[in-house]
Write a protein that binds this ligand. Sequence first.
Ligand code: NAP
Length: 257
Amino acid sequence: MNAIVDWDRNAPQWPAILAAAHGEPVPPALMASPLWQVYGPVLKKGGASVPFVIGQIGQSLDGRIATPSGHSHYINGPAAIVHLHRLRALVDAVIVGVSTAALDDPQLNVRHVEGPQPARVVIDPNGRLPQTAHCFRDDGVRRVVIQTVDTARPPGVEIVKLETGASGFKPVDVLLALKEIGFNRVLVEGGAYTLSRFVTAGYIHRLHILVAPLIIGSGPTGLNLPPIKKLEAAKRPPTQVFQMPSGDVLFDCAMDS
Ligand SMILES: NC(=O)c1ccc[n+]([C@@H]2O[C@H](COP(=O)([O-])OP(=O)(O)OC[C@H]3O[C@@H](n4cnc5c(N)ncnc54)[C@H](OP(=O)(O)O)[C@@H]3O)[C@@H](O)[C@H]2O)c1
């Protein structure tokens, strides 16, 4: 287990971390703090053509991210929600798949900590998301939809049109397009299909898995990757582990190491 982190929304180091995310120098005292151990590694900008990509997923002890009917609010406790809002505040854009956008109708904004609002990106190849979805509401932040059809969207929503192959969009094409429109650091918030596509393609640089102390017993799992025959082929990323109040445990995996 790594250092004890101050998960309180008013943690005194948070403003300096936000400032570092926007290019301010990192004070030596901050570098020594447990909060920096968690958030320092996500403050990268990615390469010349693709953004830096953080994935996050909240799951039960048995690896489920929702019940079979799709109920997922809330698997994790309050500290994990503060953490998710911190990640949102540190990125330029948050990405979700259309099933999450339609089923959960998430706000995808920063409400539980101080910080700027990220853009919202929905991957909706077939134009399924209703015009009234929260992701599309006009609240001053950029809203982007990635699609292959000609479906019209509410005023102000930026449409990125991509070609789909036999298995949908290539994650790299999604990232190239997002970099092109100015996003240097993005957060893939789910669901399982969307996150798994990015992990399979090798485009999640840092993966935060928040394991909650409950057993759901059935329902979708967080990651579904192509099968491997032997454990030698399993991914074993260098991982930091942080305990949260209320029992959640954060596994912070350096997928790009
Ligand atoms: N516990 C958590 O942390 C967490 C977080 C988020 C969501 N969830 C739960 O996850 C469930 C939804 O997850 P999900 O896996 O079913 O769906 P999802 O990942 O939210 O959305 C999947 C859909 O998005 C589109 N899509 C995503 N990536 C694509 C690509 N590379 N190319 C083409 N299309 C792409 C496809 O739309 P089309 O079907 O139109 O082709 C695909 O079927 C919900 O129950 C939600 O509550 C849990």
